[in-house]
Write a protein that binds this ligand. Structure first.
Ligand code: GLU
Length: 418
């Protein structure tokens, strides 16, 4: 499928191929499982504040529809491309299946730089994208959520645009909304808190003391910052963080509360006085017990996998580790990998809770949400760990295997129409 050709799509396919080969999935079943079911690309003309009209490109890829509606985020980033979105949709499929959610995977994106758009431009862009997607989405068809560069406000505009079109309010059309319009308590923090929970669980499994552990977090967005706070609450010292401007390092520990205040005021962590500047490359190679890539894909590569110095690699981002890096990490038995589709699954799990609450118009307390979230994460963690130990395969191979085999089984039992 040449239309999806992109380094990130090739990477997702390579991961899939390894699993398919390991379990000897027949070739005709492989093709059905691997390629996205549908994709849509739209041109989005938007009135800019200066009076010009600019046309942006938006995508949505729905990977498979076998288990229910498709589910996944919407990304605003200059590098968004159809192949990248397709890879992210594929990972959503395995992630939802691993967590036992009744969803296929999807992802959307608009190639734009949200940091250089005003709020009114962002609103017009979001509403136009939603309008263009109306034939393609629905609460029982495809449900969007925030991803890189989007947030609760983006979801509120989407929900409003869709509801105005429908003629009545449809909260379940998106998740990750503000709580005041049908969002779930705990959704905003769910990905980062899930990451924190699973790291704590892993420290327990491999015998690391939180109080004697240091963490480096790449990315100080919604996921990275909440994960950093969550680790700090378990007693871990945060010695490195970064954002698009570069990294910060302080071997004595970074004051997260001060950093958060600074970042809120300046919209960047650059220039924060409580740490030294390091480059993104240096950050990933800092000595620590826990390394948390929480930014873009393809950060741990064949070039730096031998140089990272951690005991736990917790993949809060989607696809941060390339297959070339995996070959090197497979030899480094001292490193325990929490693979992305497990590590960051907290977000989509609480999105599922939000969707269920919206459909029932019956809302849960934050304690109920968190309790149910940790139960699902615990079950998935134990299942992946058990398979990895039984088959003597990596945690990534085990996690992908559980997800892919669930979808394979569902496709098989439903049969092929006509
Ligand atoms: N964008 C998030 C992810 O990559 C969340 C998706 C969702 O909640 O649907 O998992």
């Amino acid at each position: 499928m040449d239309i999806y050709d992109h380094p990130t799509f090739r990477m997702a396919c390579q991961q899939f191929d390894r699993v398919a080969e390991y379990w000897q999935i027949p070739a005709d079943e492989q093709a059905r499982l691997k390629f996205p079911k549908r994709s849509m690309t739209v041109a989005l003309p938007v009135h800019m504040d200066d009076g010009r009209t600019k046309v942006f490109t938006g995508h949505r890829v729905q990977h498979h529809l076998t288990l229910g509606p498709t589910k996944g985020g919407l990304r605003y980033h200059p590098a968004v491309a159809l192949g990248e979105v397709a890879a992210l949709a594929m990972w959503m499929s395995w992630k939802c299946a691993l967590a036992g959610l009744p969803y296929g995977g999807a992802k959307g994106g608009i190639a734009c730089d949200p940091l250089h758009l005003s709020q009114t431009e962002l609103e017009r862009l979001t509403r136009r994208y939603t309008q263009e997607m109306i034939p393609f989405i629905g609460e029982k068809v495809d449900v969007m959520a925030p991803d890189m560069g989007t947030n609760e406000q983006t979801m509120a505009w989407m929900m409003d645009t869709y509801s105005v079109h429908t003629g009545y309010t449809v909260p379940s059309i998106v998740t990750g909304k503000p709580v005041s319009i049908g969002g779930s308590l705990g959704r905003r923090e769910s990905t980062g808190r899930g990451v924190g929970y699973l790291i704590n669980r892993t420290m327990d499994t491999i015998g690391l003391e939180p109080g004697h552990s240091r963490a480096v977090v790449q990315g100080f967005g919604n996921v990275g910052s909440v994960a950093a706070f969550s680790l700090a609450k378990y007693g871990v010292k945060i010695v490195g963080v970064s954002d698009v401007s570069g990294g910060l390092h302080n071997a004595a520990g970074i004051d997260l509360w001060e950093l958060e205040k600074y970042a809120a005021a300046k919209r960047t962590i650059a220039g924060f006085a409580g740490a030294e500047h390091v480059t993104n490359e240096q950050l990933l190679e800092l000595p620590c017990e826990i390394l948390v890539p929480a930014a873009m894909e393809r950060q741990i590569t064949g070039g730096n996998a031998a140089k990272i110095k951690c005991r736990i690699l917790a993949e809060a981002a989607n696809g941060p580790t390339t297959p070339e890096a995996d070959v090197i990490l497979d030899q480094r038995e001292e490193i325990f990998i929490l693979p992305d589709i497990l590590c960051n699954a907290g977000g989509v799990i609480v999105s599922y809770f939000e969707w269920v609450q919206d459909l029932q118009s019956f809302f849960w307390t934050e304690t109920e949400v968190m309790d149910k979230l940790f139960r699902i994460l615990e079950g998935a963690f134990l299942q992946v760990l058990a398979l990895s130990r039984k088959q003597k395969v990596s945690m990534r191979m085990a996690a992908l295997s559980v997800g892919i085999k669930r979808v394979q089984e569902a496709k098989k039992i439903r049969g092929l129409f006509p």
